[in-house]
Design a protein around this ligand. Sequence first.
Ligand SMILES: [Ca+2]
Ligand SMILES: [Ca+2]
Length: 214
Amino acid sequence: MRSNQTHPQRSRSFDAASLGSTVSMLSGREKDCCEDCGSCKCCSRRCVCISVFVLLGLAIMAAAVALAIIFGIPQRTPVNRYCTSNNMTGYLCDDRVTCIPASSVCNGISNCANGEDENSEICTDLPKNLPAYLIFKCGNPQFWIYIDEKCNDINNCGDCSDEVGILANCPSCGANWWPCTSVFYEYCKCIPRSLCRDGVQHCTDWSDEYKCTP
Ligand SMILES: [Ca+2]
Ligand SMILES: [Ca+2]
């Protein structure tokens, strides 16, 4: 009877298969613990270390977000390209020196050295993406022109709203122009003096043929 007795502790100590199974089981439990450490009391030192690193990373991210909110997220500042040349509003090229006429922007020709005046960022969906200082809204809001086409004595809007009236607020005719109401669609309140006394009526009052001198 004595020989059939077994010692429980001794038997477990030398049962390699049983030991391997236990280690394997414990490893699985550790893994489970790492995945859900908060609800498990068996966290190993490794699990605690991983959790600390994760929490540290989250804390750093939260601090970065807080600093960005407090001090403001740096944003890309649009380049100011407003310039004037010969008293006309223009578009400043990348060289910060060349000022091209407004009507040279998005005209299909690279007038700036780097072609920035034809950049798709401003030339798509015209005139929506153009700087406001480059355009003039005509009396008919469906039409627009470049700002340098306002007060150039040419009827660019089609209804002369870019040449006559308070919207355009143009100065009087220049020295090379004769003031009159034009009979031609091309002009509005001034006609070129070169057309004076050419045998063709350009003014409603015929003043271009009887008063004007070239
Ligand atoms: Ca151009
Ligand atoms: Ca005009």
